[in-house]
Write a protein that binds this ligand. Structure first.
Ligand code: HMG
Ligand code: MG
Length: 288
């Protein structure tokens, strides 16, 4: 029997959040609808954050209202606080993601709080989501290097991943936010994290600034991970991580995982159409 690996599509959120020009809501809806036909089980559609900080995500509620939900697909959104959770529930998201950092510098730049304060805040969000029956995924950013603090100690990543897991995140996605980590650094980080959180409850989230994302995915597979985030067309970056390129492109991850013998369940032609549409939204800036 072929082993399965899953790609979690984050293009509509992580791919588009850093785009400088306003992308019409109808184009975002069209992209989500194309992605819904590719075979993903989970798609991250948007975020409910301060719109002054991430203007491109200000219309997330409208995207949720106008997109066509495919049966069996869980549509997710980022939520930074209780207010975001309320907005996400009103938009009828299927699951939320809370997002912490393993490094202090990025935590303050991204969400205006220390790591410890953010974990306390997220504990409240996770508890409220649990009460409301909304599944919660967690992110740890800067798992190898931080644009403000430099190299991240693996133990710091393990600490935050464990905290998110213990507050109820069904899965913790390890964000290589800058896309500059070497496979050796990723291997060391994963050794520390998997000692505290089982690999079945982890995902890899690799940006691809220095072209190492696929090598980092291979290292992660060797450590037991089977879920990888990717963005159609390789779009993206984070407004608070200067110099970071997009997420590794979904098509590239699919090809590599299938070459490694995994089944992804994704339709290559439908994915190619969605990737072309995604690149079209950003003036072709995404990676192939
Ligand atoms: P703050 O800016 O620190 O200050 O907010 P605040 O708490 O005083 O709030 C400021 C303003 O935000 C106020 O409005 C609030 O009402 C409003 P004002 O008085 O200025 O008009 N506000 C909200 N508005 C809408 N929805 C909300 C909300 N909450 C407050 N939920 C906060 C703290 C976390 C909200 C803010 O810093 C923020 O929104 N940050 C955005 C962070 C973000 O979206 N970053 C990008 C995603 S993370 C990422 O890309 C990494 C990842 O991909 C993994 C990886 O690659 O590593 C996930
Ligand atoms: Mg990211």
């Amino acid at each position: 029997m072929t082993d399965r690996a899953e790609i979690f599509e984050v293009g509509p959120r992580d791919g588009l959040q850093n785009e400088p020009g306003t992308i019409p809501t109808s184009d975002k809806v069209a992209l989500v609808d194309l992605l819904s036909g590719v075979g993903f089980r989970r798609i991250e559609v948007g975020s409910f954050v301060n719109p002054k900080r991430v203007p491109q995500m200000a219309d997330s509620a409208e995207v949720f209202a106008r997109m066509t939900r495919a049966p069996g697909v869980s549509y997710a959104a980022l939520v930074p606080n209780l207010r975001g959770l309320e907005a996400a529930r009103a938009a009828e998201v299927d699951e939320i993601a809370i997002f912490a950092s393993a490094s202090e510098g990025f935590s303050r730049a991204n969400i205006g709080a220390s790591v410890a304060d953010s974990l306390a805040r997220y504990g409240e969000v996770a508890a409220a989501a649990r009460e409301a029956g909304v599944p919660v995924r967690g992110y740890v950013s800067c798992v190898a290097v931080c644009p403000y603090d430099g190299a991240t100690p693996p133990d710091a990543v393990a600490h935050v991943a464990q905290a998110l897991s213990e507050m109820g995140c069904y899965e913790v996605s390890l964000g290589e936010t800058l896309g500059r980590a070497t496979p050796e650094a990723v291997r060391d980080m994963l050794a520390a994290v998997t000692a505290r959180v089982a690999p079945e409850r982890l995902a890899g989230h690799f940006h691809d600034t220095s072209g190492q994302a696929l090598a980092n995915i291979e290292v992660s597979v060797a450590a037991g991970l089977r879920v990888f985030d990717a963005a159609a067309g390789g779009l993206g970056g984070c407004p608070f991580a200067p110099g970071a390129a997009g997420n590794v492109a979904t098509g590239k991850v699919r090809e590599r995982l299938e070459a490694m013998g995994f089944e992804t369940g994704l339709d290559a032609q439908a994915l190619a159409r969605a990737e072309a549409a995604a690149r079209g939204l950003t003036g072709g800036r995404g990676a192939a």
